[in-house]
Design a protein around this ligand. Structure first.
Ligand SMILES: Cc1cc2nc3c(=O)[nH]c(=O)nc-3n(C[C@H](O)[C@H](O)[C@H](O)COP(=O)(O)OP(=O)(O)OC[C@H]3O[C@@H](n4cnc5c(N)ncnc54)[C@H](O)[C@@H]3O)c2cc1C
Length: 221
Protein backbone atom coordinates (compact mmCIF):
# COMPACT_ATOMS: atom_id res chain seq x y z
CA UNK A 1 0.00 0.00 0.00
CA UNK A 2 1.37 3.39 -1.02
CA UNK A 3 -0.52 5.54 1.50
CA UNK A 4 -2.12 8.73 0.20
CA UNK A 5 -0.95 8.11 -3.39
CA UNK A 6 -3.20 8.43 -6.47
CA UNK A 7 -2.68 7.33 -10.08
CA UNK A 8 -2.85 11.00 -11.10
CA UNK A 9 0.12 11.81 -8.85
CA UNK A 10 2.35 9.19 -10.49
CA UNK A 11 1.43 9.39 -14.16
CA UNK A 12 -0.09 7.05 -16.78
CA UNK A 13 2.62 4.37 -16.36
CA UNK A 14 1.31 3.51 -12.88
CA UNK A 15 -1.97 2.11 -14.24
CA UNK A 16 0.04 -0.50 -16.15
CA UNK A 17 1.43 -2.01 -12.93
CA UNK A 18 -0.09 -5.52 -12.65
CA UNK A 19 -2.86 -5.42 -10.07
CA UNK A 20 -2.52 -1.71 -9.09
CA UNK A 21 -5.78 -0.38 -7.63
CA UNK A 22 -6.73 3.01 -6.24
CA UNK A 23 -8.36 2.76 -2.80
CA UNK A 24 -9.48 5.39 -0.30
CA UNK A 25 -6.21 5.01 1.67
CA UNK A 26 -3.92 5.06 -1.38
CA UNK A 27 -2.61 2.74 -4.10
CA UNK A 28 -2.43 -1.00 -3.48
CA UNK A 29 -0.18 -3.04 -5.79
CA UNK A 30 1.89 -6.23 -5.75
CA UNK A 31 5.56 -5.38 -6.36
CA UNK A 32 8.90 -7.21 -6.07
CA UNK A 33 10.59 -6.63 -2.69
CA UNK A 34 14.31 -7.31 -2.26
CA UNK A 35 16.02 -8.69 0.83
CA UNK A 36 19.39 -6.96 0.26
CA UNK A 37 21.80 -9.53 1.81
CA UNK A 38 20.14 -12.27 -0.27
CA UNK A 39 20.12 -10.08 -3.39
CA UNK A 40 23.82 -9.13 -3.06
CA UNK A 41 24.83 -12.78 -2.61
CA UNK A 42 22.79 -13.64 -5.73
CA UNK A 43 24.51 -10.87 -7.72
CA UNK A 44 27.93 -12.10 -6.58
CA UNK A 45 27.11 -15.68 -7.65
CA UNK A 46 25.94 -14.34 -11.02
CA UNK A 47 29.23 -12.47 -11.44
CA UNK A 48 31.24 -15.58 -10.55
CA UNK A 49 29.23 -17.70 -13.01
CA UNK A 50 30.11 -15.18 -15.75
CA UNK A 51 33.83 -15.55 -14.90
CA UNK A 52 34.19 -12.44 -12.71
CA UNK A 53 36.01 -12.22 -9.40
CA UNK A 54 35.80 -9.77 -6.50
CA UNK A 55 38.90 -8.20 -4.93
CA UNK A 56 38.59 -5.74 -2.04
CA UNK A 57 41.08 -2.87 -2.30
CA UNK A 58 41.04 0.90 -1.88
CA UNK A 59 41.64 2.81 -5.11
CA UNK A 60 43.45 6.09 -4.53
CA UNK A 61 43.42 7.31 -8.14
CA UNK A 62 42.20 6.22 -11.59
CA UNK A 63 45.82 5.84 -12.74
CA UNK A 64 46.10 2.92 -10.32
CA UNK A 65 43.06 1.23 -11.91
CA UNK A 66 44.26 2.11 -15.44
CA UNK A 67 47.45 0.15 -14.82
CA UNK A 68 45.34 -3.02 -14.57
CA UNK A 69 42.58 -2.63 -17.17
CA UNK A 70 41.89 -0.77 -20.43
CA UNK A 71 38.38 0.14 -19.23
CA UNK A 72 37.35 1.06 -15.69
CA UNK A 73 33.80 1.57 -14.40
CA UNK A 74 33.70 3.89 -11.42
CA UNK A 75 30.88 2.80 -9.06
CA UNK A 76 32.34 4.25 -5.87
CA UNK A 77 29.21 6.00 -4.57
CA UNK A 78 30.17 8.50 -1.86
CA UNK A 79 33.84 7.64 -2.47
CA UNK A 80 33.55 9.56 -5.76
CA UNK A 81 33.64 12.77 -3.72
CA UNK A 82 37.39 12.32 -3.17
CA UNK A 83 38.29 9.97 -6.02
CA UNK A 84 36.88 11.90 -9.02
CA UNK A 85 36.80 14.41 -7.18
CA UNK A 86 33.10 15.39 -7.24
CA UNK A 87 32.12 18.00 -4.65
CA UNK A 88 28.43 17.42 -5.51
CA UNK A 89 28.44 14.06 -3.72
CA UNK A 90 26.80 14.13 -0.31
CA UNK A 91 25.51 11.55 2.16
CA UNK A 92 21.81 11.26 2.93
CA UNK A 93 21.62 9.28 6.16
CA UNK A 94 18.87 6.68 6.51
CA UNK A 95 17.99 4.82 9.70
CA UNK A 96 15.78 1.72 9.91
CA UNK A 97 14.49 -0.34 12.81
CA UNK A 98 13.96 -4.11 12.53
CA UNK A 99 11.30 -5.71 14.74
CA UNK A 100 9.91 -9.21 15.13
CA UNK A 101 7.08 -9.36 12.63
CA UNK A 102 3.76 -9.27 14.53
CA UNK A 103 1.99 -10.86 11.53
CA UNK A 104 2.14 -8.17 8.85
CA UNK A 105 2.40 -9.54 5.31
CA UNK A 106 1.83 -6.39 3.25
CA UNK A 107 4.25 -3.53 2.57
CA UNK A 108 3.29 0.04 3.39
CA UNK A 109 4.91 3.37 2.58
CA UNK A 110 3.80 6.97 2.98
CA UNK A 111 5.87 10.12 2.52
CA UNK A 112 5.43 13.07 4.84
CA UNK A 113 5.70 16.13 2.57
CA UNK A 114 6.28 18.37 5.61
CA UNK A 115 9.48 16.62 6.74
CA UNK A 116 12.33 14.39 5.57
CA UNK A 117 10.69 11.29 7.05
CA UNK A 118 8.83 8.51 5.33
CA UNK A 119 6.73 6.00 7.22
CA UNK A 120 7.19 2.51 5.86
CA UNK A 121 7.34 -1.14 6.77
CA UNK A 122 8.46 -4.09 4.69
CA UNK A 123 8.03 -7.73 5.75
CA UNK A 124 11.43 -9.40 5.21
CA UNK A 125 12.62 -12.93 6.07
CA UNK A 126 14.65 -11.55 9.02
CA UNK A 127 11.86 -9.44 10.52
CA UNK A 128 9.69 -6.44 9.77
CA UNK A 129 11.83 -3.51 8.54
CA UNK A 130 10.50 -0.13 9.72
CA UNK A 131 11.54 3.23 8.32
CA UNK A 132 12.68 5.74 7.75
CA UNK A 133 14.72 8.92 7.67
CA UNK A 134 16.61 10.94 5.05
CA UNK A 135 19.04 13.46 6.57
CA UNK A 136 21.25 15.31 4.11
CA UNK A 137 24.95 15.72 5.03
CA UNK A 138 24.52 13.62 8.19
CA UNK A 139 27.46 11.17 8.32
CA UNK A 140 26.62 9.43 11.60
CA UNK A 141 26.57 5.67 11.08
CA UNK A 142 25.49 4.78 14.62
CA UNK A 143 21.75 4.25 15.19
CA UNK A 144 20.09 7.04 17.15
CA UNK A 145 17.83 5.56 19.90
CA UNK A 146 15.41 8.49 19.81
CA UNK A 147 15.05 8.22 16.02
CA UNK A 148 14.36 4.49 16.43
CA UNK A 149 11.56 5.25 18.92
CA UNK A 150 10.05 7.81 16.55
CA UNK A 151 10.15 5.33 13.64
CA UNK A 152 8.34 2.68 15.70
CA UNK A 153 5.75 5.23 16.89
CA UNK A 154 5.05 6.45 13.33
CA UNK A 155 4.62 2.91 12.00
CA UNK A 156 2.42 1.97 14.98
CA UNK A 157 0.04 4.77 14.07
CA UNK A 158 -0.63 2.84 10.84
CA UNK A 159 -0.52 -0.68 12.35
CA UNK A 160 -0.95 -0.54 16.17
CA UNK A 161 0.44 -4.09 16.66
CA UNK A 162 3.90 -2.73 15.73
CA UNK A 163 4.04 -0.78 19.03
CA UNK A 164 4.56 -3.97 21.05
CA UNK A 165 6.88 -5.75 18.61
CA UNK A 166 10.33 -6.65 19.99
CA UNK A 167 13.17 -4.64 18.42
CA UNK A 168 15.76 -7.03 16.99
CA UNK A 169 18.08 -4.67 15.13
CA UNK A 170 18.94 -1.26 13.75
CA UNK A 171 20.30 -0.34 10.32
CA UNK A 172 21.99 2.89 9.29
CA UNK A 173 23.17 3.66 5.76
CA UNK A 174 24.44 6.69 3.86
CA UNK A 175 22.74 7.12 0.49
CA UNK A 176 25.23 8.35 -2.14
CA UNK A 177 23.35 11.41 -3.40
CA UNK A 178 24.68 13.78 -6.04
CA UNK A 179 23.74 17.39 -6.77
CA UNK A 180 22.55 17.21 -10.37
CA UNK A 181 21.54 13.54 -10.19
CA UNK A 182 23.05 10.24 -11.28
CA UNK A 183 26.25 10.42 -13.35
CA UNK A 184 26.58 7.75 -16.06
CA UNK A 185 29.18 9.15 -18.41
CA UNK A 186 32.33 8.13 -20.29
CA UNK A 187 35.68 9.91 -20.33
CA UNK A 188 39.37 9.18 -20.84
CA UNK A 189 41.38 7.09 -18.40
CA UNK A 190 44.93 8.24 -17.59
CA UNK A 191 47.15 6.46 -20.12
CA UNK A 192 44.54 6.27 -22.86
CA UNK A 193 41.89 3.79 -21.72
CA UNK A 194 38.21 4.43 -21.07
CA UNK A 195 36.72 5.55 -17.76
CA UNK A 196 32.97 5.12 -17.30
CA UNK A 197 31.38 6.81 -14.29
CA UNK A 198 28.29 5.21 -12.74
CA UNK A 199 27.59 6.83 -9.37
CA UNK A 200 25.33 9.23 -7.48
CA UNK A 201 22.25 6.98 -7.25
CA UNK A 202 21.02 8.43 -3.95
CA UNK A 203 18.03 6.60 -2.50
CA UNK A 204 17.11 4.63 -5.63
CA UNK A 205 20.31 2.80 -6.59
CA UNK A 206 18.79 -0.66 -6.38
CA UNK A 207 15.75 0.35 -8.42
CA UNK A 208 17.79 1.89 -11.24
CA UNK A 209 20.74 -0.55 -11.06
CA UNK A 210 19.92 -2.62 -14.15
CA UNK A 211 19.23 0.39 -16.36
CA UNK A 212 22.39 2.22 -15.24
CA UNK A 213 24.47 -0.95 -15.64
CA UNK A 214 23.21 -1.45 -19.21
CA UNK A 215 24.06 2.14 -20.08
CA UNK A 216 27.51 1.84 -18.44
CA UNK A 217 28.19 -1.39 -20.37
CA UNK A 218 27.20 0.36 -23.61
CA UNK A 219 29.65 3.18 -22.83
CA UNK A 220 32.45 0.68 -22.14
CA UNK A 221 31.83 -0.44 -25.74
C1 LIG B 1 18.16 3.27 4.60
C2 LIG B 1 18.29 3.13 3.11
C3 LIG B 1 17.21 2.67 2.38
C4 LIG B 1 17.32 2.53 1.00
N1 LIG B 1 16.24 2.05 0.31
C5 LIG B 1 16.32 1.90 -1.03
C6 LIG B 1 15.22 1.39 -1.77
O1 LIG B 1 14.16 1.07 -1.22
N2 LIG B 1 15.35 1.27 -3.11
C7 LIG B 1 16.49 1.63 -3.76
O2 LIG B 1 16.55 1.51 -4.98
N3 LIG B 1 17.55 2.11 -3.09
C8 LIG B 1 17.49 2.27 -1.75
N4 LIG B 1 18.55 2.78 -1.05
C9 LIG B 1 19.70 3.33 -1.82
C10 LIG B 1 20.67 2.28 -2.28
O3 LIG B 1 21.12 1.50 -1.19
C11 LIG B 1 21.86 3.03 -2.94
O4 LIG B 1 21.38 3.88 -3.96
C12 LIG B 1 22.81 2.02 -3.56
O5 LIG B 1 23.34 1.16 -2.58
C13 LIG B 1 23.95 2.75 -4.28
O6 LIG B 1 24.75 1.78 -4.86
P1 LIG B 1 26.20 2.11 -5.40
O7 LIG B 1 26.78 0.79 -5.78
O8 LIG B 1 26.14 3.20 -6.41
O9 LIG B 1 26.97 2.74 -4.14
P2 LIG B 1 27.37 2.05 -2.79
O10 LIG B 1 26.40 0.98 -2.42
O11 LIG B 1 27.59 3.16 -1.81
O12 LIG B 1 28.75 1.32 -3.12
C14 LIG B 1 29.93 2.04 -3.36
C15 LIG B 1 31.08 1.10 -3.09
O13 LIG B 1 32.30 1.70 -3.52
C16 LIG B 1 33.28 1.45 -2.54
N5 LIG B 1 34.31 2.50 -2.65
C17 LIG B 1 34.15 3.84 -2.48
N6 LIG B 1 35.31 4.47 -2.68
C18 LIG B 1 36.22 3.52 -3.01
C19 LIG B 1 37.62 3.56 -3.33
N7 LIG B 1 38.29 4.70 -3.39
N8 LIG B 1 38.25 2.38 -3.60
C20 LIG B 1 37.57 1.20 -3.56
N9 LIG B 1 36.25 1.11 -3.27
C21 LIG B 1 35.59 2.26 -2.99
C22 LIG B 1 32.52 1.50 -1.22
O14 LIG B 1 33.25 0.83 -0.21
C23 LIG B 1 31.25 0.77 -1.60
O15 LIG B 1 31.40 -0.62 -1.45
C24 LIG B 1 18.50 2.90 0.33
C25 LIG B 1 19.60 3.35 1.07
C26 LIG B 1 19.49 3.48 2.45
C27 LIG B 1 20.68 3.97 3.23
Amino acid sequence: MHGGERFAGLGPWARQLGDAAEEAAGLRVTLPLLDMPVHLRWLERRLAAAGGTVERRTVTGFGQAAAEAPAVVNCTGLGARELVPDAGMRPVRGQLTVVENPGIDEWFTRADPASSTTTYFFPQPGGLVLGGTADVDDRRTEPDPRTAQEIVARCARVRPEIAGARIIGHRVGLRPARDGGVRVEAGPLPGGGRLVHNYGHGGAGVTVAWGCAREAARLVG
